[in-house]
Write a protein that binds this ligand. Sequence first.
Ligand code: ZN
Ligand code: ZN
Length: 106
Amino acid sequence: MTDYATLLFEETTKASCMRAKVGCILLDADGKVLSKGYNIGKCSGNNCPAYLDGKNSCHTIHAEQVAVARCHDLTKAKIIMVTKIPCEKCRKLITDLGLFTIIIGD
Ligand SMILES: [Zn+2]
Ligand SMILES: [Zn+2]
């Protein structure tokens, strides 16, 4: 069986935010991993608001958005696993895609 927690942890170690290292994976209905993501881009460092609501979150591209962008066939994506409660923008994206959300570690 796939160790999702380990996969997620590996993603968080690559994240560029100073305060909110987030990992995310997209799965199909059978639990197969379709894509992975972590938050990338420019974080405002020690002044980073890190999270959580849409107005006040890290300026990086969030892990959820990266995982979605890297997924080759979004029609197969059914489940999103993420290490933090998604921000407002990511929640909208997840709702739009009709994904079931599983939070691990927050
Ligand atoms: Zn940040
Ligand atoms: Zn987000």
